[in-house]
Design a protein around this ligand. Structure first.
Ligand code: CMC
Length: 434
């Protein structure tokens, strides 16, 4: 909703008053820059480390209302998409802005399915990694390397070229992710099976051994599909901001997305579900929960998988994941850590410390349990996140490329260093050293 109001600012340094337009609940940083600007002095700027209160773009991809626990992709509630859609349909929705017709859907699925193979030299490149290479390091390097296989991808102003790279990246991500997993296990890489659906093929490339054809359990494939949908976009998070920032230099999308993968690699972003798993294992049994909770309340440590910067009511993705847990455990048997997680959640949700601070389970509280039940080692959790987030990164990148208001990302700084020092050549400086 657009409301046009103004903000009157009085600069007490000069006594001057300025009227700044307010649009969509924001003022323009450029308007602030006119305040106090002289020939010698720059105008007023905003200091906002971490961009906690700065809008960097207009976007129509994802809507979040953190207080109400709402997440929508292109206006569709996440609950409905997770229950009734598929990851590839959601990917189409994110990229194109609307749901596909039957013909568009079939064409899209066909295109993605037939771009799952990668050049053999990509395989050789991946095989060159150390035996114990982290799969996220392998994924980000191999996605970056794809830019050298498709040099035309640089032509980002051509919609046909852009579309082709979007399809390639969504298609090849599971191949690269699965191969980075096989690599660490010393197992041969498995080629894509284009008879299978997106997630079935991913499971095949991950787990196929000597059988001529891998036969994925549809319930596991469905659960994985739901997990990918839940991770598909989350507006201007750290990795999406990295994709946009790097993409603003007009580099090719492989390089921009590899920057996003690098951002996701960090423990503050993609690594929390692994920490939840470690925490549950350390707690070990239900009897130890009260002592653990006391430790959290005393500030000794955090209850991992609880709390969120944006969601202050509940994380809608956590509710859906809880349901997916039941479906997966029906096939794999219950993960014994589930009992601890459920009891922990029950106690925490009744405890004043958590209630007062609006701390609820987030997407990571249960996802690690599912991933473990699906036999993924913890290092793979973030790779799964990256595969799911790829359509979101690409939708946000496409939006950026089309956005006439966007410029190369170049924040200001507040300089705190020395000025105008006199340079003494090294030989003179060192001659005086004792
Ligand atoms: N356990 C215990 N106390 C907590 C927790 C927690 N998990 N999270 C926040 N608090 C407390 C915090 O100590 C502070 O208390 P006080 O007011 O007494 O100082 C208060 O709640 C507000 O916390 P905050 O750190 O100001 O909140 P934030 O918005 O900066 O941090 C967060 C959000 C997600 C980083 C944080 O809640 C956290 O570290 N949670 C655990 C890690 C985690 O699960 N991360 C996954 C996030 S979801 C994945 C994604 O969407 O990318």
């Amino acid at each position: 909703m657009t409301e046009n109001h103004t903000l009157t600012v009085r600069d007490n340094r000069t006594g001057e008053e300025y009227e700044l337009p307010i649009t969509d609940g924001t003022i323009r940083a450029g308007d602030l820059g006119k305040i106090g600007k002289t020939e010698d002095e720059p105008g007023l700027a905003v200091y906002d480390p971490g961009f906690t209160n700065t809008a960097s773009t207009r976007s129509s991809v994802t809507f979040i209302d953190g207080d109400k626990g709402i997440l929508e992709y292109r206006g569709y509630p996440i609950e409905q998409l997770a229950e009734k859609s598929t990851f590839l349909e959601v990917a189409y929705l994110l990229i194109h802005g609307e749901l596909p017709t039957k013909e568009q859907h079939d064409q899209w699925v066909h295109e993605i399915t037939f771009h799952t193979f990668v050049h053999e030299n990509v395989k050789s490149l991946m095989q060159g990694f150390r035996y114990d290479a982290h799969p996220m390091g392998m994924l980000l390097s191999s996605v970056g390397a794809l830019s050298t296989f498709y040099p035309e991808a640089r032509n980002i102003s051509d919609p046909t070229v852009r579309h082709e790279q979007v399809v390639r990246m969504i298609a090849k991500m599971p191949t690269l992710g699965a191969w980075s997993f096989r690599h660490a296990q010393g197992k041969p890489y498995v080629y894509p099976d284009n008879d299978l659906s997106y997630t079935e093929n991913f499971l095949s490339m991950l787990f196929k051994m000597s059988e001529p054809k891998y036969d994925p359990d549809p319930r596991l494939a469905k659960a994985l599909d739901v997990l990918l949908i839940l991770h598909a976009d989350h507006e201007q998070n750290c990795s999406t901001n990295a994709v946009r920032s790097v993409g603003s230099s007009q580099v090719d999308p492989y390089s921009a997305v590899s920057a996003g993968i690098a951002a996701l690699y960090g423990p503050l972003h993609g690594g929390a579900n692994e920490a939840v798993l470690k925490m549950l294992k350390r707690i070990g049994s239900k009897e130890n929960i009260p002592a653990f909770i006391e430790g959290v309340k005393n500030g000794d440590e955090k209850l991992m998988g609880f709390g969120h910067r944006v969601y202050k009511n509940y994380d809608p993705r956590a509710t859906i994941i809880k349901k997916a847990c039941d479906d997966v455990f029906e096939v794999t048997g219950v993960n014994p850590l589930l009992e601890i997680a459920q009891e922990l959640e029950k106690i925490a949700l009744e405890d004043e410390y958590f209630v007062k601070r609006k701390l609820y389970p987030n997407v990571d509280f249960y996802s690690g349990l599912i991933y473990e039940a699906l036999q993924f080692p913890p290092e793979m959790f973030t790779v799964l996140f990256a595969i799911g987030r790829t359509p979101g990164w690409l939708a946000q990148w496409s939006e950026l490329v089309d956005d006439k208001e966007q410029k190369i990302a170049r924040p200001k700084q507040i300089y705190t260093g020395d000025r105008r020092l006199e340079f003494v050549p090294a030989a003179e400086r060192w001659a005086n050293e004792s």
